[in-house]
Design a protein around this ligand. Structure first.
Ligand SMILES: Nc1ncnc2c1ncn2[C@@H]1O[C@H](COP(=O)(O)OP(=O)(O)O)[C@@H](O)[C@H]1O
Ligand SMILES: [Mg+2]
Length: 368
């Protein structure tokens, strides 16, 4: 009798979908980060990184530069990105030794190709195709509802950052293409995009050396900071503007830099100055004495991390590994968490962060 009961309970457990998948590609447009999270969205079961094939990355970059795309081009890339995201989801299910029925939902951020906080935000890699090709309900288009409610549509991760901090106070900084900061202090959560983390550096090394990024910050390390240029760059109104605020490569790009460059320069000195711009513009928002946890690809830029540590001697600066979450997969995990929120009819935006007029359940659900 007892034995039969145990077997029955086990069967019920395996019949229930317990896991969430998160898929994310950020402003760096480097590729898809994917995770499988447990039901409580506390633990990453498995993760994967699938870089964009170069031709797709080029087409994505063309799409996000205004005036260079047609609707046909948009449709093709939307499908291609969705296919890559679906493949990533299927690979994750295999890697975790799960089946589709074990997955409650996929939370897919998609790829932002246009973001103007408070006005419009567009992610491609459409959820309907992911739901069909992965065979799992997919939540997508997370940002639009917040924008429609008067918000920036970004950053959304502060709610997840708060979730992984648990009862702790702390600061989480995501060093993606753009840097965003979450500050949890005195029972209050604040957060916003501070400006560029890697996006200007990536664009600069692409133009000067045809590389995707400055591995470990070695090239920037070989240059010297131009204090004059650094001060000119820091004068941009974005850095002093009050929150809520969000930004992207639509604003911080080579055109923005070109308007401020001196006539004569050494390319590595510009790289070093851009890295300092990221470090300084982030550091001015870090409150003294609070533990800081870094995440995002920028944690691999040793010079950027070293500068953040030097500029903030009163903070302990580590990575989100100290909170049990791999720093390369925090953003992907956030979208798995947001999918679970949406399925439970719970909001994922923080109105004080995004400026929306209220908390909103985010995303469109494509069912299977
Ligand atoms: N080994 C490394 N050295 C220096 N920078 C790195 C390294 N690995 C990744 N990065 C940086 O991180 C970026 C990708 O970070 P990611 O968190 O995926 O950003 P996003 O969310 O914008 O896609 C790359 O474009 C690059 O600038
Ligand atoms: Mg990325």
């Amino acid at each position: 009798m007892t034995r039969a009961l145990v077997v029955q309970v086990k069967n019920i457990k395996t019949a229930m979908a317990n896991y969430y998948i998160g898929l994310m590609s950020g402003t760096s447009m480097d590729g898809v980060d994917g995770v499988v999270l447990d039901e409580g969205c506390q633990k990453i079961i498995t993760s994967i990184y699938v870089p964009y094939p170069t031709p797709l990355k080029t087409r994505l970059q063309q799409l996000s530069q205004s005036g260079k795309s047609t609707l046909e081009h948009l449709a093709q890339v939307d499908i291609e990105v969705a296919q890559l995201f679906s493949k990533t989801a299927n690979q994750l299910i295999k890697q975790a030794e799960l089946s589709k029925k074990d997955i409650c939902a996929i939370g897919s951020h998609g790829q932002t190709i246009y973001h103007q906080g408070g006005v419009y935000s567009m992610q491609i890699g459409h959820g309907a195709l992911i739901a069909e090709q992965a065979g799992v309900a997919t939540v997508a288009d997370f940002r639009l509802q917040d924008v429609a409610a008067g918000g920036q549509g970004a950053p959304l991760t502060p709610l997840y950052h708060q979730h992984i901090l648990g009862e702790k106070e702390g600061v989480i900084i995501n060093l993606g293409g753009i840097a965003n900061i979450t500050i949890v202090k005195n029972n209050k959560v604040s957060g916003f995009d501070t400006g560029p983390a890697n996006t200007l550096l990536d664009a600069w090394i692409k133009q000067e050396k045809n590389l995707d990024y400055d591995k470990c910050g070695v090239w920037a390390q070989s240059g010297v900071i131009s204090e004059t240029l650094l001060n000119i760059l820091l004068e941009d109104a974005y850095f002093q503007a009050p929150a809520p605020k969000s930004t992207g490569p639509e604003y911080f790009n080579l055109g923005w830099l070109g308007q401020r460059l001196p006539a004569d320069y050494q390319a590595q000195d510009i790289a070093r100055t851009l890295l300092e711009l990221s470090a300084v513009s982030i550091s001015q928002h870090i409150p003294a004495g609070v533990s800081v946890y870094l995440c995002g690809g920028g944690v691999h830029n040793l010079l950027l991390v070293e500068r953040l540590k030097t500029l903030n001697p009163q903070n302990t600066i580590t990575t989100t590994s100290d909170l049990g979450i791999d720093p390369d997969f925090v953003e992907a995990a956030a979208f798995a968490f947001f999918a679970s929120q949406t399925l439970q009819d719970k909001p994922s935006n923080l109105p004080l962060v995004t400026g929306a007029c209220g908390a909103r359940i985010l995303g469109a659900i494509y069912k299977r």
